[in-house]
Design a protein around this ligand. Structure first.
Ligand code: NOJ
Ligand code: CA
Length: 586
């Protein structure tokens, strides 16, 4: 068959892709989501029970962080079997029940595809260690030691992002293996066609079962420069980055995986640390894109330098620059994944909001990102305004990255100072059990929770917030509902005003409906100030014609009864959303 005919045929056999642009997603980090069988660990039984709750938020799908068997060196991101469910979380059968029920409720389901590395307990790695001539010998990145006299040295000077050097010597094989993350996460050799076939196989396994797509872990790291040259960066943890990020064959490999996804109409969201707009566009731009959206990092680094451990305090202008960079950069070219939290970052209320104005800031932050152009992602507990936990000793933390940061950097500082750095930076703050009720263990489990429950569950919990019309929970629902019914918010353009203000973030979404002869503008005005603050509407916006459509100080009911806000003044962390309509002249 000729190439053109073949590609035509495969295009025809492709299923229609799911409409990810109109959707929003809820992320589950299962271990802390909800325990259904009383052993203290979140699981798929708990998820099943909470599917209606998830639906009630107004989202359209779920992304599961890894639920596969894993020794949990990196809580699921070290996989020892790609085609099964971790026994802590249930069985394949239970997963299928969750999937079917989710589909009945109209929720799509995405899984995490972690293919940059496996666990060192994966059978492929165990086999690969056995020598240079077994079927799995070339599944990982092995290199001979480099000798200086008698001394055995690693093949290059790269550091890992999680634990010391990026190389670990394996006695059995007599070689070093590469691990860009923890020692227990050996990098796969994606240049080996057999490994890529395995990846496609894994994708098909889950797609055949009915899942709707994947979030793809550190996907821009999967192709390495084959020579693995020494790095030169002053930041050791990323000195190898230029040689393993956006490697020479990345596009080709993504294309191969894309072909599989498209047969099923699946959606693909790639996580891409350290990526630029220009590079992102090569993967997500246009019809021939190999991914649908990218998870960038700029918008979650507004209070730190490169990593949360190097904290410098929140800077609104830095956040706005990051928003603008991606909104303007992708507008008209590609689609964006909007998020402020996930399992890798501390809670956003602590970071960008205010504990003093917890309710106002937690709800303002919802509108501040959900109403931008893109597909919003919410992380479990974010919709409740869950906050960071401050544990009294480093020994109580579990995250490999936190422990490494604590034991490697700022060693000259006092224990208290370093612990304070952990408090503002650790991923463990996002991993405390979800607070469902004000009852024992926050309603997360009837057993002993596997990790600390944040003591503030007595007032931050779903049950209490459901009753409060002005709760963060109810405000998330209002934002998602508003977005869903507004063409302007779904499809309109983005434009920012007053970029230099360090207290106010203001942007417009604009949509021209030629058919109805209407132009609609929605102006989102967010205060990041802990006091009243005045503002002016930009030129061309007429106060008198403004209609308030959302405000975190005014409940839905009060709005329906006609209550409005004072345009031009914001209370602490208030968000006002104004609508303007104009008839187009013919
Ligand atoms: C990104 C994941 O989100 C994170 O949790 C994990 O530790 C690293 N990738 C390595 O897999
Ligand atoms: Ca359980």
């Amino acid at each position: 068959m000729k190439k053109a005919e073949k590609s035509k045929e495969s295009k025809e056999s492709n299923k229609k892709q799911i409409d990810f642009r109109k959707m929003s997603f809820y992320q589950i980090w299962i271990r802390s989501f909800c325990d259904g069988n009383g052993d203290g660990i979140g699981d798929l039984y708990g998820v099943y029970d909470k599917l209606e709750y998830i639906k009630s938020l107004g989202v359209d799908g779920i992304w599961f962080s890894p639920i596969y068997p894993s020794p949990n060196a990196d809580y699921g991101y070290d996989i020892s079997n790609y085609k099964d469910i971790h026994p802590d979380y249930g069985t394949l059968e239970q997963f299928k029940k969750v999937l079917d029920r989710a589909h009945e409720l109209g929720l799509k389901v995405l899984l995490d595809l972690v293919i940059n590395h496996t666990s060192d307990e994966h059978p492929w790695f165990i086999e690969s260690c056995k020598g240079k001539d077994n079927p799995y010998s070339d599944y990982y990145i092995w290199r001979d030691p480099h000798f200086k006299g008698e001394t055995k040295l690693p093949p290059n000077n790269w550091y890992s992002q999680f634990e010391g050097l990026a190389w670990e010597y394996n006695e059995q094989r007599g070689q070093y293996y590469l691990h860009v993350f923890a020692k227990k996460q050996p990098d796969l050799n994606m240049d080996n066609p057999k490994v890529r076939e395995e990846v496609k196989n894994i994708m098909r396994f889950w797609l055949d079962l009915g899942v709707d797509g994947f979030r793809e872990d550190v996907i821009n790291f999967i192709s390495k420069v084959p020579e693995l040259p020494n790095g030169w960066s002053f930041v050791p943890a990323i000195n190898g980055l230029p040689f393993y990020k956006d490697g020479p064959n990345l596009y080709q490999y993504l294309q191969e995986f894309r072909d599989v996804a498209l047969e099923y109409g699946a959606v693909q969201i790639g996580e891409a640390p350290f990526t630029s707009v220009k590079t992102a566009l090569t993967y997500i731009g246009g019809r021939h894109r190999v991914l649908d959206m990218l998870i960038q990092f700029d918008t979650i680094l507004a209070d730190c330098f490169m990593t949360e451990y190097v904290y410098h305090g929140f800077r609104l202008r830095k956040l706005k620059r990051a928003f603008g960079k991606w909104q303007y950069g992708l507008q008209g070219r590609a689609w964006f994944a909007l998020y402020l939290e996930n399992h890798d970052h501390p809670r956003v209320v602590n970071r960008y909001g205010s504990i003093q104005y917890w309710k106002a800031s937690g709800s303002m932050l919802a509108a501040c990102y959900i109403l931008q152009r893109g597909t919003p992602f919410l992380y479990q507990g974010q919709e409740l305004g869950m906050t960071n936990i401050a544990l009294s000793s480093i020994d109580k933390y579990l995250d490999v990255a936190a422990k490494n940061a604590y034991n490697t950097f700022f060693l000259w500082e006092s224990v208290e100072r370093r612990l304070a750095r952990i408090h503002v930076s650790t991923r463990d703050s996002a991993r405390t059990p979800v607070q469902w009720t004000n009852g024992p263990n926050a309603g997360f489990t009837t057993g002993k929770p596997w990790f600390y429950v944040n003591p503030n569950y007595t007032f931050i919990n779903a049950q209490t917030e459901e009753q409060d019309p002005l709760s963060i929970l109810n405000f998330y629902k209002r934002c998602l509902a508003l977005r869903k019914r507004s063409r302007t918010l779904l499809h309109g353009t983005y434009r920012e005003y007053y970029p230099l203000s360090s207290k106010i973030y203001m942007y417009e979404r604009m949509y021209t409906d030629q058919g109805r002869g209407l132009e609609e503008r929605i102006l989102v005005v967010c205060s990041f100030a802990a006091h009243d603050h005045s503002y002016r509407m930009p030129r061309g916006f007429n106060y008198k014609k403004a209609k308030l459509i959302l405000d975190n100080y005014i409940s839905e009911e009060e709005m329906k009864a006609g209550k409005t806000a004072e345009a031009g003044t914001l209370r602490p962390y208030e968000v006002q959303v104004w609508k303007f309509r104009k008839k187009l002249s013919v």
